[in-house]
Write a protein that binds this ligand. Structure first.
Ligand SMILES: *Cc1c(COP(=O)(O)O)cnc(C)c1O
Length: 460
């Protein structure tokens, strides 16, 4: 007899009404953002030309443990939340593991990912400030789609710089974003100084998130009534994504469960930051000691092989400097199908938690093994996972197999961040046996590290 249902649903009333700010419980804060010109720490108001004011305030806020979610955002959350926590009975059976596997599924909305949780908040605050337009970048397209939806809802203009390789691989992503009224430009483009400079240096480049960020920031700063928004990495985004972890914890409490292991894929770190937030609070305050695993592609091994250093958040070197794990702002990952995990840096908060040992492990996995896990999962659980999410699936499967080996019935929770309907080129190359695992050599990584900025007092 099944004691726990497949899907553990919360009621509408159980959607969080406050976000949880993990910084309020961290023993030590990450290093401050620096002005790249002066090397001096940035203050909140220094961010106002780039971000809208409330978001700049959230970015700097390490004091308030909980922050109220405005009513309008709560209303929008109700359109697609709460998201289900699902017990992977069929996957467990296929693996013949004593482990209990749960996943929090964030792909049940049109953007196909967790990104909408922050997009709606960022668009709301822009509208509240009286702004009329936003710019952003998108890699795989999920963030661009989520923000297009949010901007359509709040009546804001949106320009999306989309990484050129993704733009070419996923033409229908563009059509979805256009349906919601967004303007899409493949990046690098000749519409910005940053884009033109990058094209001159690397004429053949398929673009990168870092490069698209440069273009989006430049356009925002030069356009009246316009600001830039970012879909991951920043503390404000981790704050908004805390709804994932808060809901997960409530749902697990309802069935008397608590995870021994929490797993998430890590691109810029916001989905994992959000999923683990409520459980990390228990770890930081000594109430429980779950084991946290961040999973990244072997082709873009930011946490596992990167440096913990100050770096630009973009390739064009116009953003503030952040202390984070990074492969260097000019690192160009080889084309890889997990577009959402191809960022050179990592959330400063997640980086700090990893550096200080609270985020227990980072693991890099090869693309073909990720798609093997994706196919296994799809067949057992009847959900077509996004390639990004399949990184977490890979690690969850490997942990469940370890449990089988050891005869241990651990509770595993992982984040299923989204669906993969726009990733059929990737699935096709996997099925056709032509997918490769491009792993950068140490020499490749050295080239990226050579682009790290020199900052006074920065240790190697
Ligand atoms: C963007 C994205 C990711 C990466 O998320 P981060 O929060 O940046 O780590 C993972 N999965 C999906 C489906 C995404 O769209």
């Amino acid at each position: 007899m099944r004691k726990v249902p497949y899907r553990i649903y919360l009621s509408e009333e159980q959607i969080p009404k406050q976000w949880y700010n993990i910084k309020a419980d961290m023993k030590a804060q990450h290093e401050p953002l620096l002005n790249p010109g002066t090397g001096k720490p940035l203050e909140e108001k220094d961010l106002y030309p780039i971000f809208c004011e409330t978001l700049a305030h959230q970015e700097m806020n390490a004091a308030d443990r909980y922050m109220d979610i405005p009513e309008e955002i709560q209303e929008y959350y109700k359109i697609y939340r709460p998201s289900p926590l699902i017990r992977a009975y069929n996957l467990e059976k296929a693996l013949d593991t004593p482990a209990r596997i749960y996943y929090k599924f964030e792909g049940n909305n049109t953007s196909g990912s967790h990104k909408l949780n922050s997009a709606v908040a960022q668009a709301y605050y822009a509208k509240e400030q009286g702004l009329t337009a936003l710019t952003t970048e998108t890699g795989a397209g999920q963030w661009g789609t989520a923000l297009s939806m949010a901007c359509a809802y709040f009546g804001l203009d949106l320009t999306v710089y989309m990484v050129k390789t993704s733009f070419n691989q996923k033409p229908y992503r563009k059509s979805v974003m256009q349906t919601f009224g967004a303007n899409i430009i493949p990046s690098p483009s000749d519409t910005t100084e940053a884009g033109r400079a990058i094209l001159e240096k690397f004429p053949e480049t398929g673009g990168s998130l870092g490069c698209a960020i440069s273009e989006a920031v430049e356009t925002a700063v030069k356009t009246q009534g316009c600001r830039y928004v970012l879909g991951s990495v920043l503390d404000q985004v981790l704050l908004h994504q805390s709804v994932i972890g808060l809901e997960s914890k409530t749902a697990m409490e309802m069935i008397d469960e608590y995870p021994d292991i929490v797993i998430g894929c890590a691109g810029g770190g916001s989905n994992l930051g959000g999923l683990m937030s409520a459980f990390m609070q228990d770890k930081l305050t000594g109430k429980a000691n779950p084991y946290f695993i961040a999973v990244e592609p072997a082709s873009c091994p930011t946490l596992t092989r990167g440096r913990y250093a100050y770096d630009f958040c973009d390739t064009g070197r116009i953003t503030p400097l952040a202390k984070m794990y990074t492969l260097g702002c000019e690192f160009q990952p080889s084309p890889n199908h997990a577009g959402g995990l191809r960022y050179h840096g990592m959330s400063p908060t997640l980086s700090k938690l990893y550096h200080d040992g609270y985020l227990d492990e980072a693991r890099a996995v090869e693309q073909t093994r990720v798609f093997e896990a994706a196919a296994l999962f799809a067949r057992q659980e009847s959900i077509l996972p996004a390639p990004e999410s399949a990184h977490a699936i890979r690690a969850a499967v490997d942990e469940a197999l370890k449990c089988k080996e050891a005869g241990q019935a651990k509770t595993i929770l992982f984040g299923l961040t989204g669906t993969g309907y726009f990733d059929m080129t990737a699935y096709a190359s996997f099925h056709d046996g032509v997918m490769n695992d491009s792993i950068p050599t140490d020499a490749d990584l050295e080239k990226g590290f050579a682009s790290l900025p020199k900052v006074p007092g920065q240790e190697e």
